[in-house]
Write a protein that binds this ligand. Sequence first.
Ligand code: NAI
Ligand code: MG
Length: 368
Amino acid sequence: MTTRPYTILVIPGDGIGREVVPAAVAVLRATGLPFVFEEAAAGWECFQHTGTSLPEPTLAAARTADTVLFGAVASPSHPVAGYRSPIVWLRRELDLYANIRPVVEERPGHNIDLVVVRENTEGLYAGRERVEDNGATAIAERVITRHASERIARVAFDLARARHAARAGAAGNTRAAPRVTVVHKANVLRATCGLFRAVALDVARTYPDVTVEEMLVDTCALQLATRPERFDVIVTTNLFGDILSDVACARGGGLGVAPSANIGETHALFEPVHGAAPDIAGRGIANPLAAIGCAALLLEHLAQRTAPEDAAPFRRCAARIHDAIRRIHASGPHTPDLGGNAMTADVTTAILGLLRDPVIVPWSEGKH
Ligand code: NAI
Ligand code: MG
């Protein structure tokens, strides 16, 4: 292989971030692909030691790395002067405008395979909050722009197309056309959601091969809870996407198995959806499948960024990891969040064993 080594900046963060990120790194190392790992600090403990939750060397390393693998950070429950959420900070500094959260679960009569594409830079998380009337009134401004709405819609439609292409020919594929659901509340938030809706539907017209539907956010929450099988790609604004992706992952095995990608034009960061989980941190029982799913998303991303002739091993390894996760999710070993009594290390060992199993197609060679 001629591919140059890719630098992966590893930021374990706090709590179970430090327990699940090593599992993802072990899986990436096991691929045999050319990676250089660097590690950097961020988070609440880092803030307590250094006075910042995202030290300048961490930010600089994130800018120069090919990708970032992020664990989770704890945040203080009370306001602390000078503390900033490092993940929100990193998303903004690296202009990671697309938050992509896939949810997959296969069980008899229950086949969930959807992705929530969440706008990651504006909306109600634009940071425009203020307090008036001596603290009696609090106001948040919701910022929606044509630029951000258009680029997130393109990500969603491109993704629907790519997923459809990947499904085509797959055994048991029952989905006819790729579909994007544009989620908003334009009947109430006429200006902001109205703009998001109009821009997304404009973009939809340039993808005639992709079916588009629109749905109000509350309806979407109910549908995700009751009929998640009906969705393919969902695209929505920042806060709605944050909440809907948690609803979606509740049906897909919970936080312990939910990975996410944060993608921009030039940078990409991969993180489990879950947080630092202080209630179970330090006990070695955190589910590593979400973080290991991040390793697979990272490989898929590098497959897109690498020269076409070098992309195949990245794709193949990503598919093998997804497959191993599906098997473990279906039949164990399971950590306590999935009803078992396995440790983080047991699940990681089982995944590595499946990846090396020569009976299923060789790991780094062979065709996928
Ligand atoms: P959380 O995701 O940390 O935990 C919620 C519940 O899910 C807990 O009961 C936890 O034990 C369980 N859980 C989460 N991940 C798990 C895993 N891999 N295996 C097994 N069980 C798992 O959310 P919570 O409790 O609201 O927040 C805890 C801390 O994490 C807070 O300080 C919060 O600010 C931070 N947080 C950080 C995020 C990030 O770094 N992106 C995201 C969400 C929360
Ligand atoms: Mg969240």
